[in-house]
Design a protein around this ligand. Structure first.
Ligand code: PLP
Length: 357
């Protein structure tokens, strides 16, 4: 006897990347930052008064929202703090999509989106990306035709790392009749010379919601802290009606606030990741891998020539204690998604690949 709803029975759930216990594993599979959180975050952790845990947290993370608002040149009313970006993705669906109404996304992308649609009992409309991973020119028109009331665009794109420029996002937001969630989980790693800044979309459009997370850029994946940026019309219903009353805890709020306040320290790790991204891309390209340009903290590498195919290479690397991500799905099963690690970790990957030649 099962008591699950039919859509839950059908669902296979999200398959997270492996989180091995063994600390000697070279872990290049779930896009964590290879560097530790900022000193100021560690100091805030060490000096955190345990007695504060006796009381409930600030229900709406007021101090954090003030800090985030200021950092982005927005008001606290434009900010919602969530228990990781994944909670925000679930909240936008709960808040803005009638169950049964379609949810759209360009595919392939973050494999959690269709799972969340399934939980909501909404059809998931996937619109294929072009061969170079760019969004189709008529993306918004296609979305409107499906009557989707919400769409996800991950930018920089996962798993390719391709960056869609802000003016193109603006055109999509202008044409699309639903809520456009721009998932900026990896935006911290974009080359600052590109002057990419999607926050202006929040000021221009009442249907754009940006997702930011501290998991990747701020080396805090274990803390579970993220935030959304949007007009009060998007933020308020989530803040006041649909989120759990105490969705982020006191310790996480304190550390997340310290992390944003020490953004310049985190930015040094972003620069280091970019330098290693360039080096690893060059080293792998020289070994015959095909890699599209990435503005993220991972690359999507396709082995060519006499190399074993991607699935075998994934297994071989795993056997040598180097974990990367393999997606056994259309357009991805001939590629590996490799997180940019520290110089030593990236060298370990190259050594493992070379030892196989
Ligand atoms: C990591 C990630 C998120 C959010 O992750 P959290 O750890 O829940 O903040 C959102 N979208 C994409 C595409 C991601 O890779």
């Amino acid at each position: 006897m099962t008591y699950e709803r039919l859509n839950i029975q059908r669902s296979t759930g999200y398959q997270p990347g492996e989180q091995p216990d063994d600390p000697s594993v070279v872990k290049l599979n779930t896009n964590e930052n290879p560097y530790p959180p900022a000193d100021a975050v560690m100091a805030a952790l060490r000096s955190f008064p345990a007695d504060r845990l006796r009381r409930y947290p600030s229900p709406r993370a007021e101090a954090f929202r003030r800090t985030a608002g200021k950092m982005h040149g927005l008001e606290p009313a434009n900010v919602i703090a969530t228990n990781g970006g994944d909670e925000l993705l679930r909240l936008v669906i709960t808040t803005f999509v009638e169950p049964g109404k379609p949810i759209g996304a360009a595919e392939p992308s973050y494999s959690l989106y269709p799972v969340l649609a399934e939980i909501h009992d909404s059809p998931f409309v996937s619109i294929p990306l072009e061969d170079d991973w760019s969004l189709p020119a008529d993306f918004a028109t296609q979305l409107n035709r499906t009557r989707a009331s919400l769409a996800f665009v991950v930018n920089p794109h996962a798993p390719s790392g391709r960056l869609t420029p802000v003016d193109q996002l603006a055109k999509i937001a202008d044409t699309f009749s639903g809520v456009l969630v721009v998932d900026e989980a990896y935006v911290d790693f974009v080359d600052p010379n590109l002057a990419h800044d999607a926050v202006q979309l929040v000021r221009q459009f009442d249907n754009v919601l940006l997702l930011r997370t501290l998991s990747k850029g701020y080396s805090l994946a274990g803390l579970r802290f993220a935030y959304g940026l949007g007009t009060p019309g998007l933020i308020q219903p989530m803040l006041e009606k649909t989120k759990d009353s105490y969705n982020t805890d006191t310790l996480a709020q304190a550390l997340a606030t310290a992390a944003l306040e020490s953004r310049t320290a985190a930015a040094k790790t972003w620069q280091a990741v970019r330098a290693e991204r360039a080096r690893l891309t060059a080293e792998l390209t020289a070994r015959g891998f095909q890699i599209p340009p990435s503005q993220s903290n991972f690359i999507l590498a396709r082995p060519t020539g006499k190399r074993p195919d991607a699935g075998d290479l994934y297994q071989m690397l795993k056997g040598k204690g180097v974990f990367v991500r393999y997606f056994d799905q259309d357009r991805l099963r001939d590629k590996l998604r490799i997180t940019i690690g520290s110089p030593r970790e990236n060298d370990a990957l190259l050594t493992a690949i070379d030892s196989h030649d």
